[in-house]
Design a protein around this ligand. Structure first.
Ligand SMILES: Cc1ncc(COP(=O)(O)O)c(C=O)c1O
Length: 400
């Protein structure tokens, strides 16, 4: 009898975490490494949020809570959806979990049966396919292209939907491409979904507030209210409020689904940290001005990185609408030889050689389902970014 489960054999470890670990190891050996692998803002959690957590500890708010969130946080989440997205959700339609990741996981665990298909546009956040597999479902990838700026077309969505499709996982702005769907682009997709009433939408809006000039964030249930009965709108404080370590994410959707997710959570982690929940109340109800300031800083970095990467031999880098990633194509480098003598056959070799030759750590595109590309996170200082992009230019220039 095997000790480890068959479920475990279906999933792979996170490649993004593996890249960060490799970069850390090389740094520990004394190498001069710049890591562009991180999926978190380099900014600190704002002081008012930290103070709210300290106050919660002092006031003894340190006990178990409702499995899916304290009433104060559910109310703050419902108010956020109304204020920022024009969505009417009652507090009992809200679920709070240990990061957006657990919320997505709970929803999949609560709904998937063997044979159920989940549509995932590529390039995708690395965890979606594996979470679907853990839940016993089948990921079905929808390909996109550089020419469509890595956005799904209505025809591709229509063609991917079948009788077994249960969910579409939608992520805008996207990790890893940064692609954000404007109102009309999203409406074209929701029009397709309206024609297929058995398909639900899990929208991961985690990068809502990291959105740039000329792009207005919209979410599916806002663009098409007719979908609200089969949409789970997922968001969280991790990226917007620089709170990745606090582990608070949330979602709103139909009461029956929220109840099913609560049942899963009550038998796994019980509830998200009480202290983090009070911090999240402050994040969502306190001053919001810094969100814009931080997005402006990210936009400056995006412009720097896009411009410098487009000057590197063999790279093509589209201009993303949001998030803190770019996803350049390395098509022009394929088949060339690195200084080590190794031929760049694919994006994994490109990233390995880049790390060896120039000490720049980035994540290869195959990890996100679209090749030949690589993901650069620009959630780091302007100086480090400039240095890293110069190294990438030098590396690409040295390919023969
Ligand atoms: C698209 C996307 N969704 C969800 C998450 C998870 O967020 P959290 O840290 O709140 O679990 C991430 C984190 O990298 C992400 O990039």
């Amino acid at each position: 009898m095997a000790f480890l489960s068959d479920t475990l054999a279906r999933v792979k470890p996170s490649p993004t975490i593996a890249v960060s670990a490799k970069a850390r190891d090389l740094k520990a050996e004394g190498r001069d490494i710049i890591s562009l692998g991180a999926g978190e803002p380099d900014f600190d959690t704002p002081d008012n949020i930290k103070e709210a957590a300290i106050r919660a500890i002092r006031e003894g708010r340190t006990k178990y809570t409702n499995p899916d969130g304290i009433p104060e946080l559910k109310a703050a989440v419902a108010a956020k959806f109304k204020r920022e997205n024009g969505l009417d959700y009652a507090p009992e339609q809200v679920s709070v979990g240990t990061g957006g990741k657990q919320v997505l996981y709970n929803a999949l665990m609560a709904t998937l049966n063997p044979g159920d298909e989940v549509l995932i546009p590529a390039p995708y956040w690395v965890s979606y396919p594996d979470m679907v597999l853990l839940g016993g479902g089948t990921p079905k990838i929808i390909e996109t292209t550089l020419e469509s700026a890595f956005k799904v077309t209505p025809d591709a969505l229509e063609a991917a939907i079948g009788p077994k499709t249960k969910w579409l996982i939608f992520n805008s702005p996207s990790n890893p491409s940064g692609a954000g769907y404007g109102h009309d682009e999203l409406k074209a997709l929701t029009d397709v979904l309206l024609r297929h009433p058995h398909v639900w939408v899990m929208t991961d809006d985690m990068y809502e507030h990291i959105a740039y000039e000329g792009f207005d964030f919209v979410t599916p249930a806002q663009v098409e209210p007719g979908l609200i009965e089969r949409t789970l709108t997922v968001n969280g404080v991790s990226k917007a409020y620089a709170m990745t370590g606090w582990r608070i994410g949330y979602a709103a959707g139909p009461v029956e689904l929220i109840g099913a997710m609560r049942k899963i959570q009550s038998q796994s982690t019980s509830n998200p940290s009480s202290i983090s929940q009070w911090a999240a109340v402050e994040a969502l109800t306190g001053p919001q001005d810094f969100l814009k300031e931080r997005a402006t800083a990210f936009q400056r970095r995006r412009d720097l990185v896009v411009s410098m990467l487009n000057q590197a031999n063999g790279l093509t880098c589209p201009v993303p609408e949001g998030a803190f990633y770019v996803y350049p194509s390395i098509k022009g480098c394929i088949g060339k030889q690195a200084p080590s003598g190794r031929v760049i056959e694919n994006d994994e070799v490109f990233c390995t050689e880049l790390l060896e030759a120039e000490g720049v750590a980035a994540v290869f595109g195959a990890a996100f389902g679209t090749s030949p590309n690589f993901r650069v996170s620009y959630a780091t200082s302007d100086a480090a970014l400039e240095d890293a992009c110069q190294r990438i230019q030098r590396f690409c220039g040295a390919l023969r």
